[in-house]
Design a protein around this ligand. Structure first.
Ligand SMILES: [Zn+2]
Length: 118
């Protein structure tokens, strides 16, 4: 019963509904477009539809969430070549051959290049 209530709150949440729209549009767009491109098309489309039907505040909130997540993920990746998902799996990427290797490896098992920082 408790769980059901949380689910109810989540479903009645406007931001959640907006992301649901984005998800459905994404599924449609993915048929024709590449995944990443489809995401941007679907979120833009959902924003336009939502703004026409309801208000603009919910899409703005959703954009803020998306941009925050992107900032957390892409900023370290671009600045320090730090990949959050790889790090959580205890891996890193070899700078020479781009294979996924153990976080603490000193020699890449694939291309045998030394990974010690100079
Ligand atoms: Zn390598």
């Amino acid at each position: 019963m408790e769980n059901f209530k949380t689910l109810e709150v989540l479903i009645s949440n406007k931001t959640f509904q907006f992301f649901l729209w984005v998800g459905i549009l994404q599924l449609l767009a993915q048929v024709f477009l590449e995944r990443r491109f489809a995401f941007w098309v679907s979120i833009l489309f959902a924003t336009a539809l939502w703004a026409m039907k309801f208000e603009l505040l919910t899409p703005l909130k959703a954009w803020l969430i998306v941009l925050t997540i992107m900032l957390i993920y892409f900023l370290p990746k671009k600045l320090f070549e730090f990949n959050l998902f790889l790090h959580l799996r205890g891996k890193k990427r070899c700078p020479m051959c781009f294979s996924e290797i153990h976080k603490r490896a000193k020699i890449c098992p694939f291309c045998k290049s030394s990974l010690e920082r100079l």
